[in-house]
Design a protein around this ligand. Sequence first.
Ligand code: ZN
Length: 295
Amino acid sequence: MGQAGRGRSEFEILGSGFIPPRTSRGCFDDPDAGGVEVGRDPPHLKPHWIEGGYRVRYAIVSDVHGNKEALDAVIERIGTLDCDEIICLGDIVGYGAEPGYCVERIREISKVVVAGNHDYAALGKINIDYFNAHARRATLWTREKLTPEQLQYLNDLPLVVNMGSFTVVHGSLESPELFDYIQTSYDAFLTMQKMQNSLCFIGHSHVPIAFLLKDVITFSLEPEVLLAGLAKVIVNVGSVGQPRDNNPLASFAVYDVKEARVDIHRIPYDIEKSAEKILEAGLPEFLAERLMVGR
Ligand code: ZN
C-alpha cells in the first residue's frame, strides 16, 4: 500500500496523527470555518507533503463479523487503491465462523479501530438479552473461540476516535456506548450536533448511506459522496462481512482527503465458502443464508 516513492517515515507521521479535536461549524470549502478545505491538504499534514503533492487516502472498513473470505477480498482490493491507512469501525466478530482470524488480521493492518456492539458482546461487556436468538447463539459461540489475547485486544478498543478532520464511531456520537443506529435524519441530526468536525464515519446498520447537511439534512444512497459545499456529513460505509442492503457484495469506503470525496466500493468474495463454514461450525443456518442475499 501507499504511493510509490513514499518513505516509511512519512507513513509513520500520518499513522500517529491523532491530532487534537478542532471545532468546525462551517462548510468543507469554507477556509475560514476551520473545516476540511477542498483542494488543500488537511491541517495535520506536514508542509513538505503539500509541496510534494501528496494526498491522503483512508480505506474504512466496518462490520467484518468474522467473515474471513470477505475480509481477505476487501484487503486485497484496498491494496490496489493506493490507500495510506486502513480504519476499522468495529464489529470485527459475531455471526461469522472465523472471529479469531479477523481480529488478528485487523490488528495487523489497522492502527485506528473502534469497538462495535458485537465486540463488546463477545466480551460480556453488554447485555445480549436484546439480541435476537441467532445473534445470541453466535455471540456465545464467538466468546468460546477467542483467545485471552484476542479478547484483551477487543477490550482495549475505544468507542470513538477523533482523527482531527474527521471522527469514527461504530453506532452514533449521541451515546456511543449505547450503540444507537443512525437511520433517520433526526438520528443524524443528534450525531451532527456532537461532531467536532465536518465528517463522521459509522457502521452498525450494515447499509451504506450518507447523511448530508447543507441547509437541511438529506440522505444519499449513491456510491460517491462529494463533500464540497456541505456543512456536515455522516457516511455509513456498509458491512464487509454481512451486507444488509439486498446486495451481497462486501462493502467498504475510501476517503480521499484532497479530493474531498468518499467512494463506497462493493466487491465480490467467496460467499459460498463463508456460508459453508458457518454451517460447519454449527452456527444458525439463517446466518449462512443471509450472506447469499445480502439481508
Ligand atoms: Zn454489525
